[in-house]
Design a protein around this ligand. Structure first.
Ligand SMILES: [Zn+2]
Ligand SMILES: [Zn+2]
Length: 215
């Protein structure tokens, strides 16, 4: 039995591109809320923008309830701010309720990061290609060749489908507001291949949870 997913297809964007779209790296679209750029709860430096996913009602593929989009930020500053931990103050998954603006929000101090050649300094546009996961191939942890082939086919960078686990099994997450279980929203392989970034969302669109694991 296969499980449908949306594979993320990345294309580099010119720096001047400010269209409201699904984005990875570079800068996010300016949000409509009167809210400043998010800061890291540990080092207090501005967080780095990771990914922007539009909700289904706004031309995107993510099921985010009434939210217009999800904007994920994480601390890629020097120092160990444990951005990868569930509920860490070193990451922030913002669900926006107002429409995004066709202009880019600038990170205070620029979007440089301490990670050498961090591809997040470059802006990518995301488009989605319909596909499906074979749960048996994904869970075939003993067959490295099969896993690598699946990796090549891009099943990590996707929305929905079957999550690929890092070095620990996924735990069940629940929304802190409605106490219902959260659903797997998507995952991304970090640019340096070190981390798998996971997103889970409340089915009612209350919140999105982020964590990362060693790939
Ligand atoms: Zn930090
Ligand atoms: Zn909820």
């Amino acid at each position: 039995m296969s499980v449908p997913h949306w594979k993320m297809v990345l294309a580099k964007l010119p720096k001047t591109d400010s269209k409201v779209r699904d984005r990875l790296g570079g800068e996010p679209n300016q949000w409509g809320e009167d809210e400043p750029w998010p800061l890291c709860g540990h080092c207090e430096e501005p967080l780095h923008f990771i990914v922007q996913l539009r909700g289904e009602g706004c031309g995107g593929k993510a099921k985010l309830g009434k939210a217009t989009c999800l904007q994920l930020f994480a601390c890629h500053n020097e120092g160990d701010c444990e951005f990868y931990e569930l509920g860490s103050k070193g990451n922030y998954a913002a669900l926006r309720s107002k429409p995004l603006k066709a202009q880019l929000a600038k990170r205070p101090g620029g979007n440089k990061s301490s990670v050498a050649n961090d591809p997040l300094r470059f802006a990518y546009g995301i488009t989605f290609k319909a596909g499906a996961d074979d749960p048996e191939a994904i869970e075939d942890y003993d067959n490295e060749a099969r896993q690598q082939k699946a990796h090549k086919n891009g099943f990590i960078d996707k929305l929905y489908g079957v999550p690929v686990a890092g070095n620990e099994p996924e735990e069940d997450l629940e929304c802190t507001k409605c106490k219902e279980p959260m659903s797997f929203l998507g995952q991304l392989l970090s640019a340096d291949d070190w981390f798998i970034y996971y997103l889970h969302a409340c089915n009612k669109g209350h919140q999105v949870s982020f964590h990362a694991q060693r790939a």
